[in-house]
Design a protein around this ligand. Sequence first.
Ligand code: ADP
Length: 381
Amino acid sequence: MSDMTTDLTPPFTSRLQSSSSLRQEQHLTMLESLPDATVIMDSHGKIVFVNKQTEILFGYPRDEMLGELVEMLLPHRSRDSHVGQRNRFMVTPRVRPMGRGLDLYGMRKDGSEFPVEIQLGPMQTADGLLVLSSLRDISERKAAEAKIQRLNDELARSNVELDQFAAIAAHDLQEPLRVISSYTTLLQMRLDDKLDDKCREFMGTVIKGTKRMSDLIRAILDYSKVGHHGLKSEVVDSAAVARTAVENLESQIASVNGSVVIGGLPAIVADPVLIVQLLQNLVNNGIKFRSKDRAPAITIAARETEHEWVFSVADNGIGIRAEDTARIFALFQRVHAAAEYPGAGIGLATCTRIAERHGGRLWVESTVDVGTTFFFSFPKP
Ligand code: ADP
């Protein structure tokens, strides 16, 4: 212990020596063996104690730090402002991290810099206020964070590229498909009386196939657009948006004697076009996956929680088995027979994207033969 006390500046040493209690020695031994660099300064910013880790971290021998201002451990550019910050800390000293939200740097004896995290703790002693700082080199953490950020940026960029690729491919596929579809329809009209039943059936299958492919391409276009188009942020009357979604589906709803009730819905900040698309997809599914035993009845509602609005679209349809509820949100996933319920399996993936782009999420609760409720949340502004 003796060599440690010789490293302390006079006031601190005398304080230690005068009381020289076992407890103080134990405290110093503890500080000495801390894994973080530990610096104690007095109320004037003078260093009165450093541990071994401080020597290792900053490259100064202990006696070159003791008695010096703590600013010697900072890069030159931040020294002046640090004096002010340190004086302010002395006025209202409390345990806290230093420079919250700022990138702090330490400077070694050789002038090299490194990012550092600093915790400050005041200690009232008989001789006045001392401040204990615990400093940690966070170069590795910063490098790891930068790497994650770089990877995330790359991922976001490649996702956008993928979406753009899908959009362009889908768009370009539409044109030849239109040609196939219109010429097959022409052929069918011209040849109708010359075709036997079998050929007529084949022709019908080709036309149905082109229609299905066209729906699929449109769905892929919608999905990719949600990914890479700029998100509008407007105050949206969600009741009006729900009415638009229902009006767009009017003929489908009427053809199956369906009904849609729109409850009290709030104003939210969102992209109105995407919210119409989201609601329209969910209402459309409510109509499509209806029970054979009853006319489809759908309710759109919303409830408020502390941080978000939770919208719900509830139907009285065929429901979804519990084991299938997770996968229906993935692309091209369908859990009901395609022959009975046509579709591309892209609608819910698009809805999930819309909710997530607004900072919300989409989930489902369902009971087979009773009905399904889709929920989506939006954070409140
Ligand atoms: P699509 O409707 O084109 O098949 P979606 O992505 O919208 O694709 O839905 C995926 C699957 O989830 C559907 O094929 C269906 O099996 C199931 N599903 C979606 N909505 C409902 C609903 N309201 N009731 C029952 N099943 C549903």
